[in-house]
Design a protein. Structure first.
Length: 282
């Protein structure tokens, strides 16, 4: 009798495991190919050769909670090339993506999984007003260092085109180069518009006292996973969204995000939030 009970219990466990595995395979039949730009604190190799970083950790826990496996894609590519590869189904997911109508023609978007923080920065030694908007910079004839591609909203797109028309826009392919363009001799611009997490990392402790936030406030927007419609189905997106919601409710995603955020940036965001200027992730 006892052996029969053990056998029955074992069969139930096996059936449950088989059902779970089948369900997971239905959601994610293949490992999802996720592109990473290797820039700390978003993604980098540690001393032991393991991938680490804010987005690596966030995506890993989301995939695990969704029942999906991940295959990292780390071949260096420009932002425009990443989007084209996703559109063609060569990669499945792009991290830290912004929604816009053009992208929604060929991509699906997850719930926001973290915040993206963008600021406009200047050297302290520069003879500039304490605070500057893009309109101010354009009116004063200043030179702007900014991203070569990527979607930062309609307003920025309009200003980027106007700076380009006046030949006062220096484009950077990635945040590391964008940071160094500000410090170059002679400088390639008076201001740099850039991802603040990456900028503070590349500035480093030796140069932190030489830079300041030039824009009135940091621009905080929701960051999504952008998935190829060719390779990622609706069931997979539903599983990813369910995982994101659950991990946000538990606070795990927010804790991971904050653990990688530079202290000076966290302090700026906290101060800004107290003034009611920083929108919550949504």
């Amino acid at each position: 009798m006892f052996k029969a009970l053990i056998f029955t219990f074992s069969m139930l466990l096996y059936a449950a495991h088989t059902f779970a595995a089948t369900a997971a395979n239905a959601v994610c039949p293949q490992p999802l190919r996720v592109h990473l730009d290797l820039h700390a604190p978003s993604a980098y190799y540690d001393a032991s050769g393991q991938l680490r970083g804010m987005d690596v950790d966030l995506i890993s826990v989301i995939m695990q909670a969704a029942g999906c496996q991940v295959r990292w894609h780390v071949t260096p590519m420009t932002g425009a090339r990443i989007v084209k590869s996703l559109q063609d189904g060569e990669i499945d997911l792009m991290i830290r993506a912004s929604k816009n109508p053009d992208r929604e023609r060929f991509a699906r978007f997850s719930q926001p999984y973290r915040q993206e923080v963008v600021g406009m920065f200047a050297r302290k030694r520069s003879d500039l007003p304490d605070e500057l908007s893009l309109a101010d910079a354009l009116r004063l004839g200043l030179r702007l260092i900014g991203p070569a591609s990527g979607w930062y909203g309609i307003e920025f797109e309009q200003y980027r085109n106007r700076f380009k028309q006046q030949k006062r826009y220096t484009a950077y392919p990635d945040a590391q180069i964008g940071t160094e363009l500000l410090f170059a001799t002679p400088s390639r611009g008076d201001l740099v518009l850039i991802d603040a997490d990456l900028f503070y990392h590349f500035v480093g402790p030796d140069r932190i006292m030489d830079i300041r936030l030039a824009s009135p406030q940091l621009h905080v927007t929701p960051a999504h996973l952008m998935a190829s419609q060719q390779t990622v189905n609706l069931a997979t997106m539903a599983a990813l969204n369910k995982a994101i919601r659950r991990l946000q409710q538990s606070g795990e995603l927010q804790q991971l995000e904050q653990s990688y955020r530079p202290k000076v940036l966290s302090e700026q965001l906290t101060k800004q939030a107290k003034l009611g200027a920083t929108p919550a992730i949504r």
